[in-house]
Ligand binder design. Structure first.
Ligand code: PRP
Ligand code: URA
Length: 209
């Protein structure tokens, strides 16, 4: 596997993922789990963020600390990516959040863009794209195409469940983009759903099944 594709091995992630997959998990719990898993994945995804040294005065004296150097943009892919924002944003409250709306045409499996509120030129140094499901990879590739046309230089993708087909498609289209996921599942089925997966992440979060 290429060295910029990361599958989590963290026991807390595996534990929460198992609860997330369970078909009896209700939307409220499902949203809590998405939030919690996203925080854990953000810890792994942000491992190499640039820091700048800074002096800090404690009640006991002075020491050299470090603060984040880059401005970070969180880009949730609507709808299902929305649930991943809250927890990650709590960890990095000065991040900007830019929404991109895409849905997958369930007949062709091609992404259809319906919302994009990016400003004229990039305002951040690092973009982290958030979407719990990387299935065919079409939505992630299209979003990253949009970000690159916008001028984004450094982009990471953070997802929860990926199909091998989606990981391959995303890496092939954008080999410079790090891919962080909780798990890479077995396969896509013949209607483009991840198996074993968790079903439809948008419907399960928003109770619209
Ligand atoms: C889901 C998911 C991804 C996309 C993944 O969104 O959240 O965005 O499918 O599939 P792909 O890798 O084959 O493109 P969906 O289109 O169901 O829209 P929703 O989030 O609004 O429910
Ligand atoms: N989108 C989902 O929500 N689930 C899948 O398994 C595939 C795409």
């Amino acid at each position: 596997m290429p060295d910029n594709i990361f599958e989590s091995t963290h026991p807390l992630v595996r534990h929460k993922l198992t609860k997330l997959r369970n078909k009896t998990t209700k939307p409220k719990k499902f949203r809590e789990l998405i939030r919690e898993i996203s925080i854990l994945l953000a810890y792994e995804t942000t491992r190499d963020l640039a820091l700048e040294p800074t002096q800090v005065e404690t009640p006991m004296g002075s020491t050299t600390g470090a603060l984040l150097q880059e401005q970070i943009g969180l880009i949730p892919i609507l709808r299902a990516g929305l649930g991943m924002v809250e927890g990650v944003w709590e960890m990095m409250p000065s991040s900007e959040v830019w929404h991109i709306g895409l849905f997958r045409d369930e007949r062709t499996l091609e992404p259809v863009e319906y919302y994009n509120k990016l400003p004229v030129s990039p305002t951040v140094q690092l973009c982290i794209v958030l979407d719990p499901m990387l299935a065919t990879g079409g939505s992630a590739v299209a979003t990253i195409d949009i970000l690159k046309r916008w001028g984004a230089k450094r982009i990471k993708f953070m997802g929860i469940i990926a199909a091998p087909e989606g990981v391959q498609a995303l890496h092939q289209a954008h080999p410079d983009v790090d891919i962080h996921v909780a798990v890479i599942d077995e396969k896509l089925n013949d209607i483009g759903y991840i198996v074993p997966g968790l079903g439809d992440a948008g419907d399960r979060q928003f109770g619209t099944a």
